[in-house]
Design a protein around this ligand. Structure first.
Ligand SMILES: [Fe+2]
Ligand SMILES: [Fe+2]
Length: 282
């Protein structure tokens, strides 16, 4: 794992992009969107992760965070695909909801359309917050997604931090390390004081070792889709997947396999998931 916050952007060949474009539209025409929502999102897998820390303040002991990621709204997933995701998330009564990027596959419209269906997630006690992923900057129209979700109560952590209520816990977030114009964790941490602990949102887990530090309980990432189709050869088509959880000294790097897909409406050995994290003392 690299120790740089910035990552080199990946660029695919025109041939590969054409194959994906065609595969997605063929899948959609043969009912692939319905099939995917029915098979993988009704409901998605619920994965539990416990984040333990000696001396955790009593006010943070038992805090629960629902972590969603990588919807890739577009040809294969839309607002009508989301009922099982929203219901399963709210059924867990999380204190906080976070989303770690890739709202869209390419076009910005389907991402804007998600804001209405995802509005109830912002009603949890500590609110809902998001960072962008590499796909979200396509055409530099990510501000449209931000505006639509902000109107529904969501917050965006674009190189900034957000104190959670009056708790000694700051949620920090950075722009995507591949495609963000500026990626500035120092700015995100500027409002932290002595004794504050941190949860950090960063779409790309390859930047995790740069973000880990004593005050940071966990870094929440997505991007890899857990390899989506975890079979020989096919698993190498996507970004490097370091695992579901990597301990980086005092900080846990938690990687969501996400909820959406790229290319084909199929996952093998990498279920769509909501990660439910719980902070615990000890
Ligand atoms: Fe993604
Ligand atoms: Fe991504």
């Amino acid at each position: 794992m690299t120790s740089n916050l910035r990552q080199a952007p990946r660029r695919y060949s025109r041939l590969r992009l054409c194959v994906f474009w065609l595969a997605e539209r063929l899948a959609r025409a043969s009912g692939g969107r319905w099939f995917y929502a029915r098979l993988f999102l009704s409901p998605p897998l619920l994965r539990h992760e416990v984040i333990r820390r000696e001396g955790l303040p009593a006010s943070l002991d038992g805090l629960r965070i629902a972590h969603l990621s990588d919807l890739h709204a577009g040809v294969l997933l839309g607002a009508t695909s989301m009922a099982g995701v929203i219901e399963a998330t709210l059924a867990e009564n999380p204190d906080l909801v976070v989303f770690t990027g890739d709202f869209i596959a390419g076009e910005v419209g389907p991402g804007v359309d998600l804001a209405g269906v995802m509005a109830p997630l912002a009603q949890v006690p500590l609110g809902a917050f998001a960072v962008f992923g590499n796909h979200d900057y396509r055409g530099r129209q990510e501000g449209k997604i931000e505006r639509a979700f902000t109107q529904k109560g969501w917050g965006f952590l674009r190189n900034r931090g957000q104190r959670l209520g009056d708790l000694p816990l700051v949620l920090t977030g950075v722009e995507d390390p591949e495609e963000g114009r500026e990626v500035d964790i120092q700015a995100a941490r500027a409002g932290m004081g002595p004794g504050d602990l941190e949860l950090c949102l960063c779409h790309n887990p390859s930047s995790g070792s740069y973000l880990a530090r004593q005050e940071c309980l966990a870094i929440l990432s997505g991007h890899t889709h857990g390899r989506q189709i975890d079979l020989p050869f096919l698993r190498t088509l996507g970004p490097a997947h370091p695992g579901l959880r990597v301990e980086l000294g005092p900080t846990a790097l938690v990687i969501s396999r996400g909820l959406g897909v790229a290319g084909v409406p199929l996952r093998v050995g990498a279920p769509a998931e909501i990660v439910l994290l719980e902070l615990r003392k000890g």
